[in-house]
Design a protein around this ligand. Structure first.
Ligand code: THU
Length: 137
């Protein structure tokens, strides 16, 4: 049971699929789409944006977070995330994206493609003991 309704889940997955076509994946050919739902009730999307200098690639999940922060500002809190890829293969958020998702909502639910279709997991399950900069760090 997550904090995201079945209807919201379908919107998240639909938005993530819709944005796949915008991905800039000319090096890997692996198009990824992501959508987020914020506590303010807004949906934002992102796609992967690759670069000739491969390490500069931005994943879809982080692109969606950046789009959201540009609108909601530093108060953005995540409720839900969906990530899909054009090939329909199993693909969960990379380590860098897990840390960025953790920053904005460790209790958010992530819908992603597992071996047998859409699975869900909390951000905190993907990244137990994620890094937080607190007094004393
Ligand atoms: N990618 C994402 O956008 N999100 C993920 O969760 C995994 C990987 C992208 C990065 C790169 O453009 C391509 O997939 C292949 O690694």
């Amino acid at each position: 049971m997550s904090g995201v309704s079945d209807g919201e889940r379908e919107v998240l997955l639909g938005l993530a699929r819709d944005v796949l076509g915008k991905a800039y994946a000319r090096y890997s050919g692996f198009r990824v789409g992501a959508a987020i739902l914020t506590e303010a009730g807004n949906f934002f999307v992102g796609c992967n944006v690759e670069n000739a200098s491969y390490g500069l690639t931005i994943c879809a999940e982080r692109a969606a977070i950046c789009a959201g922060v540009a609108v909601e500002g530093e108060g953005l809190r995540l409720r839900g995330v969906a990530v899909v890829n054009e090939r329909g293969v199993a693909c969960s958020p990379c380590g860098a994206c897990r840390q960025v998702l953790f920053e904005f909502g460790k209790d958010a639910v992530v819908f992603f493609l597992g071996k047998d279709g859409v699975e869900e997991r909390l951000v905190s399950e993907f990244l137990p003991a994620g890094f937080e900069l607190r007094d004393g760090c």
